[in-house]
Design a protein around this ligand. Sequence first.
Ligand SMILES: [Mn+2]
Length: 406
Amino acid sequence: MKILHTSDWHLGKKLGNWSRLEEQKEILAEILEICREENPELILLAGDLYDSWNPPHEAIELLYRTLSRMADGGRRIILALAGNHDAPEHVEAPDALARESGIFFMGYPGSQPADMELESGVKVLFPEPGMVVIEGLSEPVRIICTPYASESRMRRSLDVENREEALRMILTERWTELGTRYFDSKGINLMASHLFMGNRDELVMEEEPEGERSILHPGGLEQIYTDALPAGCQYMALGHLHRGFPVSTDPIPAVYSGSPGAYSLSENHRDKSVVLIDAEPGKKTRYSYRKLTTPWPLYREVFTGCEEAVEWMTEHPEGYVELTMRTEAYLTGSEKQLLMKSHPRILGIIPEVRRTGEDEADREKSFAGKTVPEIFKDYYRENRQNADPSKEILDLLDEIIGGGES
Ligand SMILES: [Mn+2]
């Protein structure tokens, strides 16, 4: 039975001032194309559907439209979980409409939507919180679903001091219980969750994208170990880390699909994928990463001159670029303007001025005996083609350095 696993869409995410929606539309169109080509019976979306608790309406529309096309009128079942970036109640809000199309949202670890029989005859049952049983696909499917549980939510539900151990314990106990009750060799036994998972023996300290660090505490707090996975589980579909990789392969594959786009500058050289799974009852699950071609590149480039930078940007008009300008003098206003005009999406220009030793000495000498406004005038002239700062600017400087009356 074919299954598609993806996560961390982060719809509505911005990079600097740039909206990523245009790019996200292209990426989701590619994932939809893969769905049509591979025709999985089940799609697991393991959290962080949106980038924020209040996503822009374009992001909401994009999610609903994409999922609706993927589900293809209920011919495919979609399970979508909330991640730490999602508002759980917001994720679950469209349930009554979505379930008619075979799309099921789960916001909380304790979510238990009503059972559903689709027109196709497929039954999607929720026999207890966090448990999904699907009948009527090519094989029976059982899925333990654990959407992200926030720290405060855990603190509220667990009246204990050592929350870390409590979270691990409660998950391990719960998963073992559900596994014992529902997993057997007559069907396909899966898990899906949005959390930080690692091996107890080798601590994986992932380089996390901005905005994810809040749930990565030093010492591995809130890290759940793969030995908590219940016997009989054939695949754990994970969301949260943006790099796609298997945390473990044996005996149970616990796999991060990774985000489908490069969402921070630290991800600038990584391939982006979805995971295609081939599962059969009682057999080891096969899976493979299907590389996406649509994510826009994220460039971090270093140049030693403007001409060189402009030439490179003209040849690479796609994606986003962060420039580091390693020059001997500060860029002039017109140089900066020229750079900004040479690429449609510049994330920033980082100046790295390299002065020679002599220059440094000259510079220090040139400061000697001068007042701050005098040094400022020199600096201003150097950067503005010898123009003098206006009286307004000098008054402002005076106010900033404390010479002003108010
Ligand atoms: Mn996340």
